[in-house]
Design a binder for this molecule. Structure first.
Ligand code: LLP
Length: 383
């Protein structure tokens, strides 16, 4: 079990996100160590967590950013990232967002459709500039992950289907205010097998070979994000296997010597450094069940309700007590507001602190104010 400075929690309002910055630093250092290759550029997918305290750390370490909205671009700029370190994806970019990106010299637009390509060309023309773009290709690969977070299959709102790619490449080359810099891919999230990434490399190799025969060479290839984390046992794998991940691309992708390879990692960067800390309000005895009712709900961490995800739950107030079965539930008026059924946990009492682990990614950032609840706060810890 991870160590929490419980004595310091006593006076804090719960629920709150606890971030272990030492672990975040170690994780980033491991990414830098294992991705070292001049051609590899890692962009942090800011959608996973845009807490300024986290962003500043990632910025200081020299990673870039993958943004999907004007708000994310602004958050990245405020944290000190430069426009040219930002790549910008999203199926529904508004005119205002495109202008904001161009105004700030965004590194690359990941373009997801033909009409979007035309609008970016038009807007950059009217601003007297030229937009770097990558076409987001839908490689039709099954990432074996939850249906809500798989994005690379054929019929999908994301990206351009393989059959439509040739006409878009030709079009992008003709447009005057567009610089076709590369191809972008993303096959899904929380991918824990190697095979989908190998398949992605093979698809990219085929596409590259085909276009090189026609005399077209891309400056950059972007393989998106998706590397999964160990939700079942975060202390076994506090840092994901970046070595193995980057090795797949080193071994299977035929990157040309003058090409850049971009990665957009979100979850694997920040998931394990965060926990949602909640206080137990009541222990309620049912007829067959015992409920631990806590003060955090699906408004603070929606992943269990939305994706059936499970975050490891720990009683950090009395970790060594005799164990019982509990359903750990929140206070929101929805039956899906449940963090765990039949959890075997050390005896829980009113006032105990529970930690919901691996909550650093898609936790705080997805919080809502449903039921007029306040947003959770955050607490940073460094050893
Ligand atoms: N690049 C693109 C184009 C993406 O759509 C995503 C995630 C990423 C990169 C980062 O993927 P990661 O490395 O974090 O797997 N809210 C869901 C996850 C949604 C992921 C959306 N796209 C969850 O809580 O599981």
């Amino acid at each position: 079990m991870a160590r929490f400075p419980i004595a310091e929690f006593k006076d804090l309002a719960t629920p709150f996100y606890f971030y272990d910055l030492t672990l975040l630093d170690r994780t980033i250092a491991e990414i830098k160590r294992t991705s070292r290759d001049e051609r590899f550029k890692v962009h942090y997918a800011i959608k996973a967590n845009a807490n300024p305290g986290i962003l500043r750390r990632i910025q200081a370490a020299g990673l870039g950013v993958d943004a999907v909205s004007g708000g994310e671009i602004r958050a990245a700029l405020e944290a000190g990232f430069h426009g040219d370190q930002i790549v910008y994806a999203g199926v529904g970019k508004t005119d205002a967002e495109i202008m904001l990106a161009l105004d700030n010299g965004i590194g690359c637009f990941n373009v997801e459709s033909e009409p979007e390509l035309e609008i970016i060309d038009e807007i950059s023309g009217s601003m007297g500039t030229k937009a770097n773009i990558a076409l987001r290709v839908n490689p039709n690969i099954d990432a074996h992950t939850h249906e809500y977070i798989t994005t690379g299959l054929a019929e999908n709102k994301f990206g351009i289907n393989l059959e439509q790619l040739p006409s878009l490449i030709e079009k992008a080359q003709k447009l005057e205010n567009i610089n076709l810099a590369g191809l972008h891919f993303h096959i899904g999230s929380q991918i824990t097998e190697t095979e989908p990434f190998v398949m992605l490399c093979e698809t990219i190799n085929r596409i590259q070979d085909e276009w090189e025969e026609k005399g077209i060479r891309f400056k950059s290839i972007n393989v998106g994000g998706g590397l999964g984390v160990d939700y079942a046992d975060p202390d076994r794998h506090p840092i994901p296997d970046f070595e193995g991940y980057f090795k797949v691309f080193r071994n299977h992708l035929h990157l040309r010597s003058d090409q850049e390879l971009h990665f957009e990692l979100g979850r694997s960067v920040v998931a394990q450094c965060g926990s949602l800390i909640t206080r137990v309000l009541y222990v309620k005895e049912g007829t067959t069940k015992r409920f631990a009712i806590v003060d955090a709900g699906m408004t603070d961490l929606i992943r269990p309700a939305l994706y059936n995800a499970h975050h490891r739950i720990e009683n950090i107030s009395s970790p060594n007590d005799v164990k019982h079965h509990y359903d750990v539930v929140g206070p929101i008026c929805e039956s899906s507001d449940c963090f765990g059924k039949d959890e075997v946990l050390p005896a829980i009492r009113r006032g105990d602190f529970l930690a919901l682990r691996s909550a650093g990614a898609y936790g705080e950032i997805m919080a809502s104010q449903y039921n007029c609840r306040p947003l959770p706060s955050s607490y940073f810890f460094e050893k």
